[in-house]
Design a protein around this ligand. Structure first.
Ligand SMILES: Nc1ncnc2c1ncn2[C@@H]1O[C@H](COP(=O)(O)OP(=O)(O)O)[C@@H](O)[C@H]1O
Ligand SMILES: [Mg+2]
Length: 271
C-alpha cells in the first residue's frame, strides 16, 4: 500500500554542512501493517516521514501510496490521505478553538470539504462518541478551548483529529515523547486502540526500543539514511533490546546514540 523506492534526500547540498539524510532508501508496507521505527538521533527517521508527508520533495526516488504515484503531490493533497502526529502536543490543534471546533475542522479537511461555520449536530454526536472512548472525560468538555487542556489530553485530541477522516496512512513521530509517563502510557493505549479498531496502516517513530518491539507488527531500524534492520513475525518476537543494540553496533561501528534511550529491558528509561 506504501512503496518507497530509492529515496534520496540531501540537505544543504554544496555547502560544508551537506548531509545525506535519506540514502537510496526503499521500503514497502502492506495494508494494515503497524511498523515501529527506531534509530540513532539524526538517522533520518523524521526525514523519512517528512518525505512521505510531502514536507519537501525527494531529490531522487519515488513514493507510491495505494498504487498512486505521490512523489510530486503537494503536501496539502497528501494530508487528505496521510494523518500525522508530532512530538509537540501544541502542534496538532488550535488553542483558541474548542475541542468540538478542532474536530470539525479536522473532519471537514480530511473529507476534502470546504470549512463550514459552526458544528453540525450529527457531527457533534459523532465526535462525542469518539472522544468518550478515551476515558479521559473530554466528552464533558466539548466546548472547552483546547489551550486549557493538558499535554496528554491535547495529544489524544490530535490523535483523534488526525484519524477521524480515516487516513490511508498514519505517521506518528515520537508523539508521546514530550508527555509525562502516565500521559504517554495513556496516549499510547489510545493509539493502539484506534489503529486496531480502524485497521490503520501505521508507522510510529519511538525512542523506546522496548516499546518498539512490543507495539505493532514490524520494526525497522534506520542508520544514516538507510534501513539496516527490518524484522517481523517470529524473528521480531524473539528480539531483545540488547541483541538489537549489538546488531546496531556491528552494522555501524558506533554506539547507539539516542539521548533518551531505553537502558534496560525492564522498562526503565534513561535521560
Ligand atoms: N530541513 C533540514 N535542513 C537541514 N538539515 C536537516 C533538515 N532536516 C533534517 N536535517 C538533518 O538530517 C539528518 C536527519 O535528521 P532527522 O530525520 O530529523 O533525524 P531523526 O532520525 O533523529 O529523526 C540530521 O543530521 C538533521 O540535522
Ligand atoms: Mg526525529
Amino acid at each position: 500500500m506504501l512503496r518507497i523506492t530509492d529515496a534520496c534526500k540531501t540537505f544543504l547540498k554544496g555547502t560544508v554542512n551537506e548531509h545525506t539524510a535519506l540514502d537510496r532508501l526503499s521500503l514497502s508496507l502492506g495494508e494494515g501493517e503497524f511498523v515501529t521505527v527506531i534509530g540513532s538521533n539524526g538517522a533520518g527517521k523524521s526525514t523519512l516521514f517528512n518525505a512521505i508527508g510531502g514536507t519537501f520533495l525527494l531529490d531522487h526516488g519515488t513514493i507510491e501510496l495505494e498504487g498512486k504515484d505521490i512523489t510530486f503531490l503537494p503536501e496539502h493533497k497528501r494530508a487528505i490521505m496521510i494523518g500525522r502526529l508530532f512530538q509537540d502536543p501544541l502542534k496538532g490543534s488550535a488553542p483558541d478553538m474548542t475541542i468540538e471546533e478542532n474536530l470539525a475542522l479536522a473532519y471537514s479537511r480530511k473529507k476534502g470539504n470546504p470549512l463550514r461555520r459552526g458544528v453540525r449536530r450529527c457531527d457533534t454526536e459523532f465526535f462525542r462518541e469518539e472522544i468518550t472512548r478515551f476515558g479521559m472525560g473530554l466528552e464533558e468538555r466539548m466546548k472547552t478551548k483546547v489551550g486549557l487542556l493538558s499535554g496528554g489530553q491535547r495529544q489524544a485530541l490530535s490523535l483523534l483529529m488526525s484519524t477521524i477522516g480515516k487516513p490511508r496512512l498514519l505517521l506518528l513521530d515520537e508523539h508521546t515523547a514530550a508527555l509525562d509517563p502516565a500521559s504517554a502510557e495513556k496516549v499510547m493505549q489510545i493509539t493502539k486502540d484506534i489503529v486496531s479498531r480502524e485497521r490503520l496502516t501505521t508507522m510510529m517513530i519511538t525512542h523506546n526500543i522496548q516499546s518498539a518491539l512490543k507495539t505493532g507488527t514490524r520494526t525497522i531500524m534506520m542508520d544514516r539514511g538507510r534501513i539496516i534492520l527490518d524484522i517481523s513475525g517470529e524473528e521480531r518476537a524473539q528480539m531483545t533490546v540488547s541483541r538489537l543494540m549489538e546488531l546496531y553496533t556491528r552494522h555501524s561501528n558506533a554506539v547507539f546514540d539516542n539521548d533518551r534511550m531505553l537502558l534496560s529491558e525492564s522498562g526503565e528509561q534513561g535521560g
